[in-house]
Design a protein around this ligand. Sequence first.
Ligand code: RB5
Length: 151
Amino acid sequence: MKIAMASDHAGYALKRFLSQHLLAAGHECVDYGASTDAQPSSYVPFAVRLSEAVAAGDPPFGVVICGTGLGISITANKVKGIRAAVCTDEYMARMARQHNDANVLALGARVVGGGLAASIVDAFLAEPFETGGRHQARVEEIKDVERRNFR
Ligand code: RB5
């Protein structure tokens, strides 16, 4: 699967580690920046570029990483069509897909180590959305909110 990756400087090393992990598992990674951690960078433009691509459906999923996962997920969620979820364990990652149909996984490089982050990404990518039930109805409600509040 093609997976979009983005980070700021704080998430750069974990992004590279996870990209290697995903490549080894047969996925393709598309990097939307940052391209270095040599100096501090804002997560905002990278999150927006990734989110616009994911919202358009190509790639279908994204992984965004900053120090906490918070700033970059808040930014991603400002793009119409993005449901970004910060996850700190595999259970949250499974529920983000199963119940919320999240299309962007957010991670905090200062919160989770590489091994746990890799397990979280794997859980996120493996879990299908539970279609046809109350969770689909909730996601449709979220989309209604978007339609009312986004251009
Ligand atoms: C950078 O120091 C840090 O503030 C950023 O990576 C992120 O954690 C913000 O939410």
